[in-house]
Write a protein that binds this ligand. Structure first.
Ligand code: GDP
Ligand code: GDP
Length: 435
């Protein structure tokens, strides 16, 4: 599983600046998706071929009242608790503050692996800017400049060095759908898992164990093998008190990363919330195949049904590649069809796209609508091959390809999706220059 790096520090030290720098290249993928409100706290980063998740706890802070040392927000502590590594940022210009000491103390007691980072160090002597921070007792401070990008790569190499290697696009090719059921609390995830597995099975798997991890359950249906990643099970296993919970966004995102298909569960009897859209945006960024289950469809009149459809259309437009199912987990309605879409999304995500066919489709698409010329060079697209799966990546080779407009990229994506009938997975087109 990808490691999770959590950025912590008092306000204004540069957490969001560093977050933006770490996630920038990934963000570009989804930057112009219509309707997508990107969640600014959770993102994907990568150093070399090492991917990781990154969390900016900045937005979790309560408003700080003048002169009062505020405690770290609960959400920040929870994020620290679930982090593989914590990056604790201090400000080299203001120097060591009392608040830094309070945070350092909490981090030391968390037992997490912590890297102390002195930001805003551009143009300053590394030795002298870091000197006073040794006092925090968190090891050798690393000087960086988040806004200038100095020392950031080295920092992330250091941060990831001690963690087990997860190279992207590596490992065994999956053999069957492994799907995560995600969504905010109370949308009906547990009920859906019950409905998919049948009551007895869930109880059979309801064994005591660690309370924090998601539950992985293998099952068979109509002769087909599946693995379900049950994030709600965390709570079901715990005491009732914990039920009122602690919704773990990080665990949700990690489960989505570890799955090859994500089932996003929404509650038709509620408005689509920012939290729903935030989770959806993150899934889109992860490139996983997706099926949307709009649950609690029972007991709604036509007017309410129209309204929710309208709401979905407006707020989750960017999930246009996914199939939407209107189901009732409670009554087991629509669950069979949902599984069929999971199969379909899985096959699409894992499809093998042959080079000759991709090239034929590419050239036909170009002939139908040529890429617009920008500047003196006319873009020339020569051939295409598959560069990855889950999501499928199509690499287009040619020349003059550095300024292909986004709208044309979308045109090619749609064409490939349509011709290869890839329902349920995003598809990405990348360009490679050859002269
Ligand atoms: P956060 O509250 O911890 O998320 O801090 P921000 O990322 O919002 O940064 C706070 C301020 O510090 C902003 O004005 C940034 O432009 C500035 N800042 C961030 N990183 C650097 C840096 O490396 N050098 C300098 N000089 N300023 C920085
Ligand atoms: P979770 O927090 O996402 O796991 O949600 P639960 O599965 O615990 O369900 C939350 C509440 O919604 C429970 O009271 C369920 O009985 C109810 N619920 C779940 N699915 C449905 C449904 O399809 N229709 C209706 N009307 N209620 C449902």
């Amino acid at each position: 599983m990808k490691p999770t790096v959590v950025l912590v520090g008092r306000p204004n030290v540069g957490k969001s600046t560093l977050f933006n720098r770490l996630t920038r290249s990934r963000d570009a993928i989804v930057a112009d998706m219509p309707g997508l409100t990107r969640d600014r706290h959770y993102g994907h980063g990568r150093v070399g071929d090492k991917p990781y998740l990154v969390v900016d706890t900045g937005g979790f802070e309560p408003v700080v009242k003048e002169g009062i040392l505020h405690e770290m927000a609960k959400q920040t502590l929870q994020a620290v608790d679930e982090a593989d590594v914590v990056v604790f940022i201090v400000d080299g210009r203001t120097g060591l503050t009392a608040q830094d000491k309070v945070i350092a103390d909490k981090l030391r007691r968390s037992g997490r692996s912590v890297h102390l980072v002195v930001n805003k160090a551009e143009g300053m002597n590394r030795g002298s800017v870091t000197a006073e921070f040794h006092e925090l007792g968190l090891g050798e401070p690393v000087a960086i400049s988040a806004s200038h990008g100095e020392g950031v790569r080295e920092l992330m190499e250091l941060v990831l060095a001690d963690l087990p290697d997860v190279t992207e696009e590596e490992g065994k090719k999956p053999t069957h759908p492994k799907f995560a059921i995600v969504g905010r609390p109370n949308v009906g995830k547990s009920t859906l898992v019950n409905s998919i597995l049948g009551e007895e099975r869930v109880i059979a798997f309801d064994l005591p164990g660690t309370t924090r991890d998601s539950i992985y359950i293998d099952f068979e249906r109509s002769g087909k093998q599946y693995t379900i990643i049950d994030t709600a099970g965390i709570r079901r296993r715990g005491k009732v008190k914990e039920a009122i919970e602690k919704f773990s966004v990080i665990k949700t995102l990690q489960s989505a990363e570890d799955a090859n298909v994500v089932v996003l569960v929404l509650d038709a009897q509620q408005e689509i919330s920012d939290q729903d859209a935030g989770i959806a945006g993150f899934i889109l960024e992860s490139g996983r195949a997706l099926v949307v289950a709009v649950n609690k469809w029972d007991g709604l009149d036509d007017y309410r049904r129209d309204r929710i459809k309208h709401d979905l259309d407006r707020k989750l437009k960017f999930l246009g590649f996914a199939k939407f199912h209107f189901i009732s987990a409670l009554h087991g309605k629509g669950v069979g069809a949902l599984l069929q879409s999971i199969d379909e999304a899985y096959s699409a995500a894992m499809a093998n796209l042959s080079t000759p066919k991709l090239t034929r489709v590419l050239l036909a698409a170009v002939q139908k609508q040529a890429p617009p010329r920008k500047g003196p060079v006319r873009p020339k697209m020569r051939y295409a091959h598959q560069g990855g799966m889950n999501p499928p990546i199509v690499v287009v080779h040619g020349s003059g390809l550095d300024e292909i407009p986004e709208s044309y990229v979308r045109y090619l994506e749609h064409t490939f999706v349509e011709v290869f009938k890839l329902q349920g997975t995003p598809l990405r087109v990348q360009f490679k220059q050859s002269h």
